[in-house]
Every structure is written in structure tokens, then in C-alpha cells.
Design a protein around this ligand. Structure first.
Ligand code: SF4
Ligand code: MG
Length: 271
């Protein structure tokens, strides 16, 4: 198994920069299992990332990769997909990256239903820049920039993606790491914009500021507060609990296909 996964890694870039106990490696491993299951050709697979701890993943992954700028991963990915629609394009972002500076791009990538698979590593904080609160930091949680507790309501990124027009939306946590793989596989098969929220933990900042315990305690918290969605929606959520699983699925015209149709009809008219 290791040698099969190793072929997708730039081993010369290791060791990675992630802190001991960080969940980013778990999400990255889940992504690699999905790539293996999908049997993707590395030469036709692109991974675009933004900036932040999670976005470092693209450095270690041996595909066509682009470590882009903060909040702009979806814009680079849109350009790549539009110019070469046959490529399979994945986008890795953090929660601040995707929900704050890149929030506008999330709305429009979803609205266009462009065939990208976005994976958001949500650790509820800006890790790399020193633990500032992000749009997904829970209310009352502490951060470098919220030493007395965050007063802003948190975004539910999956609801935003769904409302903006994504045609596949799912959520899982590092505790449910095999579910992350499953959602990425299904998201990649969807012809349109797929949004997967992978809830992960940052023991170094979020964990320390919020006295969340050890990295293992943070994963136990995920186990207790993220409830697997049942097919018949019969699960009961308590205050502060969230669903994991396939949250939304629909179909809509895909952006690159629509774009190609416009070009074809203009050519047929001799324009
Ligand atoms: Fe992970 Fe937080 Fe360390 Fe970044 S700062 S590598 S998110 S534990
Ligand atoms: Mg983050």
C-alpha cells in the first residue's frame, strides 16, 4: 500500500511542515486514497492550492500542482479547467482561505457549476499566520485576535456552497477519514462544482487557545459532535452537532460545456 501511495508523493519534499498532531496529513492521505480509487492518471490530474498550512499539501503531491495565492485557488483552477477541460482538477484550501479572502470566488465557482472538486481543510482558525479567528471559528472560541472570545457567527461553508449552486456537497472529519475519501471520490465523479468540507484540527493554535486537550482529544470531539447522516434523515442532532456525509446532490449545466457550446454556435454562424 505504501509504495502505491508513495508514487503520488514528492518524497524529496519531505519531511512536511505540519505540527505533530495536526490533522492536515490525515486529510491529505484521504485525498490520496481517493486518487488511487479513481485510478487517476497523474499527468492529467491537477491540484491547485491557496495559501496556508493545508495548502502546503500541493508541495508534497506529485501531480501537476500549483501553490497559488491566498484566497485565489479557485480562480487559478477555473482558468486551468477552462483552457483544458479534460484535466481532472482538485482545489485544496483552508477555511480562512476559502471562506474569507476567497469567499467571493467560492460563490462564483459554485454558481457557474464549473467541474472542479474543492476540498476545504477546516480547522476553524488561520494556522499558518499565527492563530487568528477565521469565518468558521465558532462563536465564543478564542484566537490570537479574539483573546476574550469570538463574537462573530461562524459560516457553515457547506450551506454557502449549496446555496451558491454547487451540485455536490459533503462533509466529513479526520475521525471519519474514510468518509472524506468516499466524498472526494463521489465529488470527482460529479460533472460540476463539488465541495467537500474536511473538518480537521489545529492543536497548536485552536487547541491551545481553547484548552481542547491533546490531538487525540480533538479527534474525540469530532467523533462526539459530527453525526453520520442517515439516508432517511432520521438522525437527531443536539445543539452544536453537525452532520457528516453526502449533504446535497443535484445537477445543472456545467460551465465548460456551456462555454464550448457558445464557441461552436458562433463558429457555425461564421462569426
Ligand atoms: Fe496544523 Fe495548526 Fe500546525 Fe498549521 S499551525 S500545521 S494547522 S497544527
Ligand atoms: Mg484554517
Amino acid at each position: 500500500m505504501f509504495s502505491e501511495i508513495n508514487k503520488y508523493l514528492r518524497l524529496d519534499k519531505l519531511p512536511h511542515i505540519w505540527c505533530p498532531g495536526c490533522g492536515d496529513g490525515i486529510v491529505t492521505a484521504a485525498f490520496l486514497r481517493a486518487v488511487k480509487e479513481l485510478d487517476l492518471d497523474r499527468n492529467n490530474t491537477v491540484v491547485v492550492s491557496g495559501i496556508g498550512c493545508s495548502s502546503r499539501a500541493s508541495t508534497y503531491l506529485d501531480f501537476n500542482t500549483l501553490h497559488s495565492t491566498h484566497g485565489r485557488a479557485l480562480t487559478f483552477a477555473t482558468g486551468i479547467k477552462l483552457s483544458k477541460p479534460k484535466l481532472k482538477v482538485f482545489v485544496i484550501m483552508g477555511d480562512g482561505d476559502c471562506g474569507a479572502i476567497g469567499g467571493n470566488h467560492l460563490l462564483h465557482a459554485a454558481r457557474r457549476n464549473i467541474d472542479l472538486t474543492a476540498i476545504v481543510f477546516n480547522n476553524s482558525i488561520y494556522g499558518m499566520t499565527g492563530g487568528q479567528y477565521s469565518p468558521s471559528t465558532p462563536i465564543e472560541a478564542k484566537a490570537t485576535t479574539a483573546p476574550y472570545g469570538n463574537i462573530e457567527r461562524a459560516f457553515d461553508l457547506t450551506e454557502i456552497a449549496k446555496t451558491a449552486g454547487a451540485t455536490y456537497v459533503g462533509r466529513a472529519t479526520t475521525y471519519h477519514s474514510h468518509l472524506i475519501t468516499k466524498l472526494i471520490v463521489e465529488g470527482a465523479k460529479n460533472k460540476g462544482f463539488s465541495f467537500i468540507e474536511a473538518v480537521t484540527s489545529c492543536p497548536t493554535y485552536y487547541g491551545r487557545y481553547n484548552k481542547a486537550g491533546s490531538p487525540a482529544d480533538m479527534v474525540r470531539w469530532q467523533k462526539d459532535n459530527f453525526i453520520v447522516k442517515k439516508k432517511d434523515n432520521s438522525q437527531k442532532l443536539k445543539e452544536g452537532q453537525f452532520l457528516v456525509g453526502e449533504l446535497y446532490k443535484s445537477s445543472a449545466p456545467e460551465y465548460c460545456e456551456q462555454y464550448d457550446k457558445i464557441i461552436l454556435s458562433a463558429k457555425q454562424r461564421g462569426e
